[in-house]
Design a protein around this ligand. Structure first.
Ligand SMILES: C[S@@+](CC[C@H](N)C(=O)[O-])C[C@H]1O[C@@H](n2cnc3c(N)ncnc32)[C@H](O)[C@@H]1O
Length: 253
């Protein structure tokens, strides 16, 4: 029988590579590890990549296995999910992996200017109702700028046509540099390496329902004003929109 939530939390309280920063609002108190992830944990001076909304941490652990010369931190508010990746990393003795339990709204309290090289956003909720909650909104990009190196890469992998279109339009609107883009990853020339060899839990669920997976990689410069584009985007019809409607879990494409 699998472990319950309480047992997972008890396990993680003793994991040396799992950190927690209680959320005290978007402008709360800086976390003790801010600016000290290398000095206080990794100790190797190597580049750092974050997976935001990591769930079980498939990208965090999968990338760490493939790139031992880099460091990776999975970030999520749900500790019971990250237990899976955190336990795998521990059992495999991966020294280049950590997990951080916090709200992404507080992410800039956890990392100092220039401390992070790259970001992965894996199957983030498209937040169709409110732009400022979307992890590729200018609200979050402004936060990422506070700790991501100038021109740092951001990878978005999503099932959501809404999230994909929103992000594409936002990048066009702000003239941000797109390195790769496809609305059907598994049937595109990009379908190899970490983009398709690593599959997340949610990704597999969407693939099982016949959904296409979309991918965008772009760079975020430190300078330049960012603003939201004002285009209406068709909603994903297989998802709930607000609390009152229930998701039909039907496949649309
Ligand atoms: C749809 S799941 C995707 C999980 C995983 N990346 C995957 O593909 O299987 C979205 C994840 O983002 C996390 N999440 C959503 N909003 C968050 C926030 N504001 N702060 C921290 N985590 C958040 C959720 O807890 C959840 O684990």
């Amino acid at each position: 029988m699998g472990k319950g939530k309480l047992q997972k939390f008890a396990d993680m309280a003793h994991y040396p590579h799992v950190f927690e920063h209680p959320y005290a609002g978007p402008e709360g108190v800086p976390f003790a590890m801010r600016g000290k992830w290398d000095e206080g944990f990794f100790g190797n001076g190597r580049p750092l990549t974050l997976e935001l909304g990591c769930g079980r941490g498939e990208y965090t652990v999968g990338l760490a296995r493939r790139f031992p010369e880099q460091n990776f931190i999975g970030v999520d508010i749900k500790g019971a999910r990250m237990w899976t990746g955190a336990t795998e990393a521990l059992q495999e003795g991966l020294k280049n992996v950590a997990f951080l339990r916090t709200r992404i709204e507080a992410i800039d309290q956890c990392f100092a200017s220039g401390e992070v090289d790259e970001l992965w956003l894996t199957f983030s909720d498209p937040q169709m109702k409110k732009a400022t909650k979307r992890l590729t909104s200018t609200y979050f990009l402004e936060r990422y700028r506070r700790f991501l190196k100038d021109g740092g890469r951001i990878h978005l992998k999503t099932d959501s046509n809404f999230m994909f279109t929103y992000t594409r339009l936002m990048l066009e609107h702000n003239a941000l540099s797109v390195e790769a883009i496809t609305d059907d990853l598994y049937h595109s020339p990009l379908a190899n390496g970490v983009l398709t060899d690593i599959r997340t839990y949610y990704e597999q669920q969407w693939l099982d329902r016949g959904m296409t997976i979309k991918y965008i990689c772009f760079r975020l410069p430190q300078t330049g004003t960012l603003s939201e584009s004002d285009v209406d985007i068709p909603l994903d019809d297989y998802r709930s929109y607000g609390r009152s409607k229930r998701s039909s879990l039907q496949t649309s494409k």
